[in-house]
Structure formats: structure tokens, C-alpha cells
Design a protein around this ligand. Structure first.
Ligand SMILES: Cc1ncc(COP(=O)(O)O)c(C=O)c1O
Length: 388
């Protein structure tokens, strides 16, 4: 983003920091490219946007127009979607679906990704009580992944739980439509999922063998943002091509399979920045220099993960002075409200200058909260560098 231009517009429009800027143009371009890249290889494909990553109505509207379906984790998210779009299909995820949640999802005709045996039993309860017919049930069983060989995820069904769930379904004469797997985050290569997919192959084939018609292979989300792909010199188009080869070779995908993916982060993360101002500069024995910004770390809740690029811009845009370490603290009255313990900025940095955190578009925008101050507003940048 051209921050100088945008900050000039913000100054003209008397917009006070802190605020987020969301780059609508690049976001839309990326979303279209994402759809094109996947559809070139997979024709029977549902791309279900992971709504929890950013449910701003403008974001949802664009994704809906570009061809994304929603993936929601609660009736609350589903209703938020319904305010802006009327999707033809919805995927319902989440590890804590109570009977009331399942009822709402069923009423909306959602494809339910069962996360536990309890959920399967609750769903069957709704069928056996006559509230819904067996034909209305569209159920994918989430399989628990083994994270880097270290532990089995609490999310989804273990191998033993899968067998129990299949027994419950068989007794009720209900067939699962497919499986759901979510491998983790910042995936940029099929090597990131190859081992785990192979480990899960027998479980997937067990469910697949029950389906005479279309089998649903939902591989979840977890794709890295465009900036991460390019920093690793990798391309999503190669990933998609390699994925097809992998899933065909494992026998979990064929002509009768509907592939589902649930991207989130990769669609929004790169496209929002938080613009803050330095309010004062001090020095302490543990750091030569620290700056306190005019918002707290509750505006970027994932800041400790270190994924945000930090941009410094003096108020008059003239960078002076040698570069030196500076710690960046938040506006809240507790010691640990720290954005970064060391950033390199000119030693002339002073109050009124801008500090911008990039890559806030996923999760951060959604989880920012008001505490002592309100949540910074989000301004959308259009193609003319105007802020709407
Ligand atoms: C089941 C499921 N699908 C999709 C996503 C979205 O993941 P990401 O934002 O990494 O694409 C998540 C995130 O945790 C998830 O748990």
C-alpha cells in the first residue's frame, strides 16, 4: 500500500489514528486469483471461506460475488452471513455444537462437519425424534490430525472415535457424506500434509467405501498468505497441481469426489494494516529507547506471533537520523502491553510519527477488542487510494 498517499487522504478527511486500512482492491484481486487457481485443476470443488478469519460485511460480499461459500463455526456466524448473502451451500464447523446449534444448521440445510461422537449422537437424536429426515443429514466426519507426530488434535475424531461414530450412524441407517480434515496453518507445500494424509488414508477410505454416490473430501484451510508463498519462492498453482496427484495416488479422490477447501487467512491477512502514532519516547536501563503508541496490543491480538511487518513513517515523511533499536509499547497501563521489543527505526523518531503494522487482515481484525479505548475503525482503500 502507498501509505503516504493514504495518510494524506486520512489527514485531509480528518481521520484520527489509530485505524486499520483494508486494501479492497488487492484483496479482491487475490480472491479472484485464488478461485481461478483452484478451479483450473478441480471442477467439482466447493471453496468455503472460513468466516471466523474476518466477517466484515464488505469482505463477505466480495467473496460471495467471487464464488466463495461460507464455512461457519456457530449459528451466530451463520446469521451474520445471512445478513449479507444467501449462499447456496453452507459448511458448519466447530468443536462445540450443541443440539440448538445443530438444529439451526439443519434448518439452514448446512453441511455439518461432526467434531465429536457426542455431536453425531445429537444429530441422530434430531433424526430419531422426527425433527429431520435422514435424507436431510449432510454429514462429514472430522478426523483428528496428528500434529507433527507430537500429539493427536483435540479437534475431530480419533481413529477409535471414528469407528464408534460409524457404528452409531450404521445403527440409525444414516450414511456420512465424507470426511473433514484440517492440517494446520501456513501450508505452502503438499509436503506439509503428505505424511498425515497417508496416515489418515485408511480412515478416509473406510468412510469413502460407504458412499455409493458423491464422496466429500473436505481438506479444510490453513493455506499461507500470498506474502508467505512469495517469501518461500513457492506458488499456490504448484500446490494445487501436486495436491491432485497426491490425493489421486492415495485413492481418496476420484471422479466421484467433491473436494471442499476452507481457506481463511490467505484471503485477508495481507490486506489490512493498523496505523498507529507514537505518543511519547522514553529511555530505560533495559532499552535505550522505547515508544508508546496510541493503541494497545488488544488491537492486534496475534502480535506476539511476530508475523506483522512494522513500517515507520515520520509525520512529514522525511526520514532522518541513524537507525537504532526501539521497543514499541501499547497504550494500556500494564507493563506487558508490548508490540515489539526491538524494531529498527531512525533515532529521530518522535511523538506524532506513524508506526504501521501490516498483515492484520485475518483474525486480528476479528478479535481486536475495546478495553480502555474503542476498537480502531476499518477504512477500505479503493482503487483511487480513497478511504471509504
Ligand atoms: C476447520 C478449519 N477450517 C478452516 C480454517 C481456516 O484456517 P486458515 O485461516 O489458516 O486458512 C480453520 C482455522 O483454524 C479451521 O480450524
Amino acid at each position: 500500500m502507498n501509505y503516504r498517499k493514504l495518510l494524506d487522504v486520512a489527514k485531509e478527511q480528518n481521520r484520527k489514528t489509530p485505524f486499520y486500512i483494508f486494501d479492497q482492491e488487492q484483496f479482491e484481486k487475490n480472491a479472484k486469483l485464488f478461485v481461478k487457481t483452484w478451479r483450473e485443476t478441480f471442477s467439482n470443488l466447493d471453496i468455503a471461506y472460513s468466516v471466523k478469519t474476518n466477517k466484515n460485511p464488505r469482505v463477505i460480499e466480495v467473496l460471495n460475488q467471487v464464488g466463495f461459500l461460507p464455512e461457519v463455526c456457530s449459528p451466530f456466524e451463520l446469521e451474520a452471513i445471512m445478513q449479507v448473502s444467501k449462499p447456496s451451500r453452507v459448511y458448519a464447523d466447530g468443536p462445540a455444537k450443541e443440539v440448538e446449534d445443530l438444529r439451526v444448521f439443519m434448518q439452514r440445510g448446512a453441511h455439518i462437519q461432526a467434531d465429536s461422537l457426542d455431536e453425531v449422537e445429537r444429530l441422530i437424536g434430531l433424526v430419531e425424534s422426527g425433527e429431520f429426515s435422514k435424507e436431510q443429514v449432510k454429514l462429514n466426519l472430522r478426523l483428528a490430525v496428528n500434529h507433527k507426530g507430537a500429539f493427536i488434535s483435540r479437534l475431530g475424531l480419533s481413529e477409535a472415535e471414528l469407528d464408534m461414530a460409524l457404528d452409531v450412524l450404521a445403527q440409525a441407517n444414516v450414511k456420512p457424506a465424507g470426511v473433514h480434515i484440517h492440517f494446520g496453518k501456513n501450508i505452502t507445500s503438499v509436503d506439509d500434509i503428505r505424511g498425515e494424509l497417508a496416515r489418515l488414508q485408511p480412515q478416509i477410505l473406510k468412510v469413502k467405501s460407504l458412499q455409493k454416490a458423491e464422496f466429500v473430501l473436505n481438506l479444510g484451510g490453513g493455506f499461507a498468505s500470498p506474502s508467505v508463498w512469495s517469501s518461500r519462492d513457492l506458488k499456490m498453482s504448484d500446490y494445487v497441481r501436486d495436491l491432485k496427484v497426491l490425493i489421486e495416488s492415495l485413492g481418496v479422490y476420484d471422479g466421484s469426489t467433491r473436494l471442499v477447501i476452507e481457506p481463511g487467512r490467505c484471503l485477508t491477512e495481507d490486506f489490512a494494516s493498523l496505523v498507529t502514532k507514537i505518543t511519547c519516547v522514553k529511555s530505560r536501563d533495559y532499552t535505550n529507547r522505547l515508544a508508546i503508541l496510541n493503541t494497545g496490543t488488544n488491537s492486534i491480538r496475534s502480535v506476539m506471533a511476530g508475523a506483522h511487518n512494522v513500517v515507520y513513517l515520520p509525520y512529514d515523511y522525511k526520514v532522518e537520523g541513524p537507525i537504532a533499536d526501539c521497543a514499541l509499547f501499547g497504550a494500556n497501563c500494564y507493563e506487558a502491553d508490548i508490540f515489539r521489543s526491538e524494531v529498527q527505526i531512525p533515532d529521530t523518531a518522535e511523538s506524532g510519527d506513524y508506526i504501521i503494522f501490516e498483515r492484520c487482515g485475518s483474525y486480528d481484525l476479528e478479535t481486536a477488542n475495546s478495553w480502555t479505548r474503542e476498537v480502531p475503525p476499518v477504512y477500505f482503500r479503493d482503487s483511487d487510494d480513497q478511504l471509504g
